[in-house]
Every structure is written in C-alpha cells, then in structure tokens.
Design a protein around this ligand. Structure first.
Ligand code: BDP
Length: 685
C-alpha cells in the first residue's frame, strides 16, 4: 500500500513537473503561468510607476502561486539591491531599499517556488533576507560591431547586427534572465574595442538596448578603444595628458549621458595584445585611467581598467601584471576599478589566483572570470565552472581581499539555446548566483539549476549535481593536470598541441614556454630557487603573501594540482603517493578519460529517465564528443611527453587509441564549429 502510494506520488510529480515545453531556449525560467493573476500590491504611488517595480509585480502576478504579496520600499536591514521577505497573517511582505531589490526578491521567491516539486509556493522560513556580496555584477560581452563574438561559441551577437539592429524581444529576454540571477550590468562590446563603437550611430543603438534593459535593472557599459580621439575624432594624438584629448573624451561622455542618463561607464583594454594605450605616449596606466575617470566623474560613471597585460620581455608572463600595476597602487581615482583575471596567465583550466588580488590594497579591484569556455572545451565539453570559482573565492578568503564588483566574460550568442548547449547555460546561471552570494557552494548552485532547468526529483537533482561538480576536474585531468597550462592548439584553444612552435610567433604564445618539457623534466620553475639543473626560478612565488609564498615555493608543500605551475621537476620526482611524476601524470590523464566516458554512461543510463526531450539527445552527442576529445588530449599529450620522459606508460594505463602521426596531422578548423554542429565536426580516424 505504502509502496504504491510512493510510486503514485512519483508518477504524479513526473507528470506535472517534467517540462516538455522547454527546448533549452527558456533557460532556467520555464515557469508555468497562473490561471488567474496572483494578488500583488505595491505600496506607494510613485513606486508603482517605477518600471523595475512593475517588472517585479508583473512577474509575481504571472507566476507566483502562493499567499498574496505586498511590496514596499524601506528596509533598514538590507543593503542596496537586497530584499527581505516576511510571511505574516497569510500575506507576504516583500521589502527592499531600492526598486531593484524588489525585483531580486521577486525572482528569489519564484526560484524557491520553482524548485519545489510541482511548483508549490512554499516558503520554508517566515522571514529571510539577502544582500548581494557585490554591488556590481557585470557581464562582459566580447561582441564586435560586425556581429561576431570573440571566443563566442553560441552563434552571433545578440546586440550588434551586420545589417540592422538588435531584436528587442531577445534583448528583453536576456535582461530578464540576467535579473533572475541578480546580474545588474553588462558591457555590450568586445574589450578589443573598435573606435566605431563611440560613433553617433552605435551610441543610438546602445541607447535602444539600454532602454530595453532598464526595466530589468541592468545598466549598460561600453568597452572603448584608447585611440578613439585619433581614429574617430581626427586628433593628431590620444595622449591622455593632452588638453584636446581630454576635451574630446569629456564631450563624448556628455553626448553619451545625454542619450543614456544612467550609463555605467567604460571598460578598457589598454597596451595589451597590441591594443593602444597611454604607454604609446610615455604615460602610465594611471594617467590613462584617470583621464577617463575624470570625464565620467560628473555623471557617476566608472572606469574598469583591465590588468591583463604582458609583453614578450622574457620575464615570466605570470609576474608581469603585478610588476606593471603595483607601482601605481594608490594613484588611481576613486571611480577607477582595476579588473583582474582570476589567474595570472589567462583563464586556464587551473591557475592559482593572481597575486595582484592580495597586494593592491589602495586601489579598487574586481575579479574577471570567464564564463565562455575558451580554454575548457568551448560550448561542447560539459565543464561546470562553479567549482573553479569556488576554489578561487576560497583562496582569497583568508586574506580579506576587498572588492565589491565582479565581471564574467559571457557565453551568450544568438543560438537557440543562448549559450550553445544546456550545460553551458549552467555557467551563466552560476556566475550570476555566485556574484550575488559568494558563499554559495558549487553543489547548491548545480542543484538549483538542475531543478529549475530539468526536473525536481530529489535523487536526480542530487546525482546531477554530483556529476556537474566533477566535470571541471575531469577537464583539468584530460587536458592539463598537475599544474600544466597553456598547451593548447594555437588559434582556437580547443584541442591539444604541446608541440606547437610556429615560426615567428612570440615565445610566450607557444606551449613550450609553459611546459618546458625536456629529457630532464617538466614544469615552470616560478620559485626563487634553482631547479635540479641549477636554473633559477622566475621568483613569481614572491609576489604572493607569505603563507602562500611558503606553500607554493616549497616542492614538499606545493599543492599537487599546481605542482608544475610552480616547479620544474625530474620525470622521476616522487609524488606524495609514492608514484613518480611520470606515473602520476599518466594516471591523471587516464582518469580524465575514464570520467569523460562515465558522463556518457550517466547520461544514457540515468539522466534519460528524467530528460526525455530533444535536449537529452543534444547533450548525449556532446558527451560522446567530449569523451573522444578526452582520448585525443590524453594520447596527444602523453605521446608527446613520452618522447622526453623516455618511459613507457605505467602498468594498467591503456595503450593510446590514436596513432601519434595521425594526431600530429589532425587540424581542426574550430572557427566553423560549435556545439550545434557537433555531428559535422570531423573526427580523427
Ligand atoms: C584571451 C583571448 C583573447 C582576448 C584576451 C583578453 O584569447 O581573445 O582578447 O584574452 O582577455 O583569453 O583581452
């Protein structure tokens, strides 16, 4: 009797909750509408006219299935954008300090409702409140005015069209998705910015987009090209100390604010990878950033100035941003924020945190995370990034690193699924949630996303979350375990090419610069000590606070996941497990392959019971491809490194699947492929 009841409930919940309608386009927002509108009242006349509050009220009226809701401003216990929900006398009182807070409160209530089996609006607590960890939670789009997206794997830009303007229905859906996870700003164009972006025409398009996003509490920003006064304004120079240049920027800023009164400000990539900047005129990063900050100041605008700089100077690339920026700590205006990539190199599968986070104490700073999986299998491989970001936050936590803004390089395009694949959507979701609450665990985020996106069955949610949370480590294992980094194919960054050595390339763009494999050993000596051959390390470890310096500098204490990031070691170096380094490397690559294969099994045998629609089949193809690519990575790297280690694969490690000569000849033109084209992506024979 009891058993059949359980079964019946399970069947019922499946029938009601399985969301056959969502084909991936609705993201995590496939909520069922109310038959009749929920009762939602807004206290205060002017407030009810506010367009952000209207959005909040409309969303609740359409989807909320619980007690009547009253919304009001005025709550001393939460910060800006925060909210408080109180359940009393059969009513819910949602209060906040500003209009956006009400919007985030509404989405939080709906999220809680949607995660409950069958969407019942149950609020467990009679009172709860939240305030976001970061004031600015911003997406950076690397979208070009011609509609292409740099490192975008999900189609073309939703903002910029080669012919014509953005589709505002799409822009509003985008705004809604962002607001639902707490994202409150967006930079609409690539950091490799075209001066054209500041032309009258492009500013008008920007205004159109800003107007569409305003009801979702989203502020727009633009990336600017430092040479704009020259290229666009026809001035002979872009020197930040030149009076005419300063005037040009002041006028441009005035023009922008006349059109977009709540414009956020600028993001700048200067003197980096060939982009123009103040150093072209013998000026400093501070001169450049402050000049723009002064122009923006009267309008409360800000400058996000990127610290992603490196030159082929011969110095360790991992040390260069610190060396270049630390001398200016304290010299930036208070409306300048230095935007620092999470790691010191470039969004690798695993990096230690950038040393700048611990040291820039007199300047505002913000982390830049990459949601688009440039180095993590693009939109094809499942790689849930919340675990990586958790690791990053946890590294900073003991050092009271202060920031209240955080950026994520978006993975959004005009593809039907927005991000190219369902699993990639989880990373957009995770960025928003963790930018809001940096204490969230990756498991919590994965569970939320799974329940909202696919199914609320508790065992399914639990097992999906475990699967998702293991993906990033699997990718690290089959691509670059034990601290290896940047051994990608040049250009596309999708596949392995540890041997890549094109004539005329900068040394710091070649994999050999990073892995330094030779007959003696492998790894980058970033310590302040000589390696086994007597070669001095780069001293990069000295840029870290004492405790981390000690940890990383010493081969005995250096965490094994970062071993070859910081140390150059002989192939027979003894690992803590007792294995040699060569054995451990082989085992890691092999584990990565086995885990990638396990995802296919999980999807076929388990997930298929809960995800029945086309989305199951789409993801199955991707998992199959991921497993094949894992073999490709493993074979390519192990056979390449074996030439130096001169050792066989250890006992129990299967022989390569592919022929080394075939791997060396296999060239992938990734520009023409994304998750949607997976069936056409050529495979190695
Ligand atoms: C690298 C990308 C390149 C970007 C650059 C940046 O390969 O496309 O322009 O970073 O962040 O990761 O500026």
């Amino acid at each position: 009797m009891k058993k059949s009841l359980v079964l019946l409930t399970a069947m019922l919940s499946f029938a009601v909750c399985a969301d056959a309608a969502n084909d991936g386009h609705e993201l995590w927002l496939s909520m069922e509408r109310n038959a009749a509108a929920a009762s939602v009242t807004v206290e205060g006349k002017p407030l009810s006219k506010n367009n952000i509050v209207q959005t909040a009220a409309e969303e609740l009226r359409a989807y909320w299935k619980g007690d009547d809701v009253v919304m009001a401003l005025g709550n001393a216990y939460v910060g800006d954008d925060g909210f408080c929900v109180v359940r009393e006398n059969g009513r819910i009182r949602l209060t906040a300090r500003n209009a956006s807070g009400l919007l985030y409160g509404a989405y939080d209530m709906l999220r809680k409702q949607q995660q409950n089996p069958c969407g019942k609006a149950l609020l467990r607590d009679t009172m709860y409140r939240q305030t976001p960890a970061n004031e600015l939670r911003i997406l950076n789009h690397w979208d070009n005015p011609n509609g292409t997206v740099e490192r975008g794997y999900a189609g073309r830009s939703i903002f910029w069209k080669e012919n014509g303007m953005a589709d505002l229905t799409v822009i509003k859906d985008y705004g809604r998705a962002n607001a639902s996870v707490g994202i409150n700003a967006a930079v609409l164009n690539n950091v490799n910015a075209k001066p054209l972006m500041l032309s009258r025409g492009k500013l008008q398009e920007t205004k159109r987009i800003a107007d569409a996003l305003r009801p979702y509490g989203i502020k727009v920003f633009l990336s600017v090209n430092f040479a704009s006064p020259k290229v666009l304004g026809g001035l002979p120079t872009a020197d930040p100390l030149d009076a005419k240049v300063r005037q040009w920027w002041q006028r441009k800023v005035k023009e922008i604010y006349r059109m977009i009164p709540d414009f956020g400000g600028f993001l700048v990539k200067a003197n980096s990878e060939g982009e123009p900047g103040p150093m072209d005129y013998g000026r400093s990063h501070a001169d450049g950033a402050n000049m723009l900050a002064d122009a923006l100041k009267p309008y409360d605008g800000i400058v996000m100035w990127r610290a992603f700089v490196y030159s082929p100077s011969g110095d360790d690339r991992a040390s260069q941003a610190y060396d270049e920026f630390m001398p200016y700590d304290g010299q930036f205006r208070d409306n300048v924020i230095i935007q620092i990539k999470n790691g010191p190199i470039d969004f690798q599968p695993r990096e230690p945190a950038s040393p700048l986070f611990f040291s820039m104490k007199k300047t505002s700073i913000m982390p830049e995370l990459q949601i688009t999986q440039e180095y993590l299998g693009e939109s094809i491989h499942a790689c849930f990034l919340a675990t990586m970001w958790r690791e990053f936050f946890d590294t900073l936590a003991p050092y009271s690193v202060k920031y209240d803004a955080i950026a994520g390089v978006a993975n959004i395009g005009d593809s039907h699924k927005w991000c190219g694949s369902d699993m990639a959507q989880a990373n957009w979701y995770a960025f928003g949630r963790m930018a809001w609450d940096e204490d969230l665990t990756a498991e919590t985020v994965a569970k939320e996303w799974t329940a909202l996106t696919f199914h609320t069955d508790s065992e399914f949610v639990e097992r999906m979350s475990r699967m998702m949370c293991s993906t990033r480590e699997s990718v690290v294992k089959y691509m670059m375990p034990l601290g290896l980094h940047h051994i990608f194919a040049g250009g596309h960054h999708y596949g392995p090419e540890p041997w890549c050595d094109p004539q005329g390339w900068r040394e710091d763009w070649k994999p050999k610069y990073y892995h330094k494999a030779s007959a003696q050993g492998i790894g980058f000596n970033r310590t302040d000590k000589p390696d086994m051959n007597g070669r001095m390390g780069s001293g990069n470890t000295r840029q870290y606070p004492d405790a981390l310096y000690e940890l990383y500098n010493n081969v005995e204490t250096c965490p094994e996941p970062l071993l070859l990031w910081f140390h150059h070691l002989p192939w027979n170096h003894r690992m803590h497990s007792g294995e040699t380094l060569w054995e451990a490397l082989c085992r890691k690559y092999d584990e990565g392959v086995r885990e990638a294969e396990a995802y296919v099994v999980f999807w076929n045998e388990y997930a298929s019971r809960f995800i029945k629609d086309k989305r199951w089949a789409d993801q199955q193809r991707l998992f199959i491809r991921q497993a094949k690519d894992a073999w490709w990575w493993r074979d390519a790297c192990l056979m390449y490194f074996a030439q130096f280690s001169k050792q066989e694969l250890p006992f129990g490690c299967p022989s390569p699947r592919y022929d080394y000569s075939v791997i060396r000849e296999y060239v992938l033109d990734m520009d023409n492929y994304s998750a949607a084209d997976i069936d056409r992506l050529p495979e190695m024979k």
